[in-house]
Design a protein around this ligand. Structure first.
Ligand SMILES: NC(=O)c1ccc[n+]([C@@H]2O[C@H](COP(=O)([O-])OP(=O)(O)OC[C@H]3O[C@@H](n4cnc5c(N)ncnc54)[C@H](O)[C@@H]3O)[C@@H](O)[C@H]2O)c1
Length: 268
């Protein structure tokens, strides 16, 4: 298993617990692994069965993790997920709302059901998990919520009005909760990745590529990477290491922020 977390976070989260949604693959798996490597007990939640294998691999490596196959939009399932965290570890320090979906569609073909499905997973379920986690986070000396936004919370891209709306929504939701939960010493921030090498981006490359021109696989993403000041896509570990910092005591004065992690793609 390749290590993800920067060595500077070794044992930083020992005795703390984290929940990471959408943790079966991609950025979420890297985040879950990085918190486990840094000493935390971690619950990985994903609607896909890959989460069971991911948790098993981490457990076999000696980490205190559990995997739960559940959909973040399912209210009862989320209530029982956080009850389980309480039973297992009796505390929650870090909630990472990473689960998210994207679809690419021109306006005329975008159904109301599809628009609402993307909003439901990316934004509404985030509210749900924050609400269910809050009673446990309030008991932590340093509760932290980290919410997956996107470069599309900075600027909407073509053919993704539902995704852009959902990610702008994430930033507003996070700011509002940051103000309310500050009284409980819970910090709430969101993060805005640019291009990260995951399954999601393979889909994006294919579907945007079809609509924006006659792009061969990989060509469109390369064109966009060429415009990034740092001239590369992010690894999932780049995002995971930002989150370790934001969850750490070193970030104890940072709340209500949306942090770009995109190689300089957006600078405001
Ligand atoms: N990859 C990128 O370039 C990029 C850029 C900006 C933002 N993001 C955001 O980062 C997050 C992770 O992206 P990724 O690239 O790792 O995606 P991914 O598609 O590779 O993985 C997402 C995971 O979330 C899970 N998931 C989806 N809907 C779920 C639900 N309803 N309940 C539980 N689990 C669910 C999936 O099963 C999958 O395992 C998303 O919120 C995404 O919008 C990604």
């Amino acid at each position: 298993m390749t290590l993800v977390a920067s060595a500077m976070y070794q044992n930083q989260f020992t005795g703390r617990t984290a929940v990471v949604t959408g943790a079966g693959r991609g950025i979420g798996l890297a985040i879950a692994q990085s918190f486990a490597e840094s000493g935390a007990s971690v619950l990985l939640i994903d609607r896909d069965e890959v989460v069971e294998e991911a948790a098993e691999t981490l457990r076999a490596a000696g980490f205190d993790v559990r995997g739960l196959r559940a959909d973040v939009t399912d209210e009862e399932a989320m209530k029982s997920a956080f009850r389980w965290v309480d039973e297992l570890w009796g505390r929650l320090d870090v909630l990472v709302n990473n689960a998210g979906i994207i679809t690419i569609s021109n306006l005329d073909d975008l159904s109301l059901a599809e628009f609402q499905r993307v909003l439901n997973v990316n934004t509404t379920a985030m509210f749900l998990c924050c609400r269910e986690a809050a009673p446990l986070l309030r008991k932590s000396p340093s509760g932290v919520i980290l919410n997956a936004a996107s470069g599309q919370a900075r600027q909407g891209f073509i053919y993704t009005p539902h995704y852009a709306a959902s990610k702008f929504g994430v930033v507003g939701l996070s700011q509002s909760l940051a103000k309310e939960l500050a009284a409980d010493n819970i910090r709430v921030n969101s993060y805005c990745p640019g291009i990260v090498k995951t399954d999601m981006w393979q889909y994006n490359d294919r579907e945007w590529g079809k609509r924006l021109g006659d792009y061969a696989p990989g060509e469109l993403i390369q064109e966009w990477i060429d415009d990034i000041p740092l001239k590369r896509a992010a690894e999932a570990s780049d995002v995971a290491n930002l989150l370790l910092f934001l969850a750490s005591d070193a970030a104890s004065y940072i709340t209500g922020q949306a942090i770009n992690i995109d190689g300089g793609m957006f600078m405001s």
